[in-house]
Design a protein around this ligand. Structure first.
Ligand SMILES: C[S@@+](CC[C@H](N)C(=O)[O-])C[C@H]1O[C@@H](n2cnc3c(N)ncnc32)[C@H](O)[C@@H]1O
Length: 159
């Protein structure tokens, strides 16, 4: 599969997953955590699907489009492993993590801390959606929407 096809499938899976979980997340108290603000596209989609909900976005550096840049109180810059660790126990309703790189060795490093960090950011019953698999005893896999191929995106509920 070409990288263009792969990109399109990833973006479509993201959109379908976020649409699939939004109504449920709207019923769960707590902020939304966006790990990997990037251009701000998924941040903007979440903002549209969850009007009024606080969304705290994390990235190394700000590179988002001006129209989808969070206010300074909801933007945390720096290494997510360190910045988000300062917020464990915040009882988030949703953690959306889009910090995969496509480089197996880099993603393997990320996977040494991302599953545990995600579990600690979520409240019990909260949801995690991730481009990387989050293998953790507190995170129970959820069924994906029919349009999303297994292993393209990952969905969990915190025990
Ligand atoms: C694929 S982009 C996110 C795209 C975003 N979902 C969108 O719709 O525009 C991944 C982002 O995560 C950030 N990132 C990846 N690993 C990170 C880390 N360990 N700490 C901080 N930021 C990280 C990168 O800087 C990049 O901006």
């Amino acid at each position: 599969m070409s990288r263009l096809d792969s990109f399109i499938r990833r973006i479509t899976a993201q959109r379908d997953i976020l649409d699939h979980i939004s109504a449920e997340v709207a019923q769960i108290d707590g902020a939304v955590v966006e790990l990997g603000l990037g251009n701000g596209r998924t941040y903007d989609h979440l903002r549209e699907r969850l009007p009024g909900r606080r969304i705290i976005a994390f990235d190394r550096a700000l590179a988002a489009h001006r129209k989808s840049t969070p206010g300074p109180e909801d933007l945390v810059l720096g290494e997510i492993r360190e910045t988000a660790a300062a917020m464990v126990g915040m009882r988030a309703a949703l953690v959306h993590a889009d910090i995969g790189t496509g480089y197996a060795e880099k993603d393997a490093m990320t996977l040494t801390w991302l599953p545990g960090l995600t579990a600690q950011l979520l409240r019990s019953g909260g949801i995690a959606a991730s481009g990387l698999p989050l293998d953790h005893p507190e995170l129970v896999p959820l069924v994906l929407p029919a349009s999303v191929t297994e292993d393209r995106y990952f969905l969990y509920r915190r025990k």
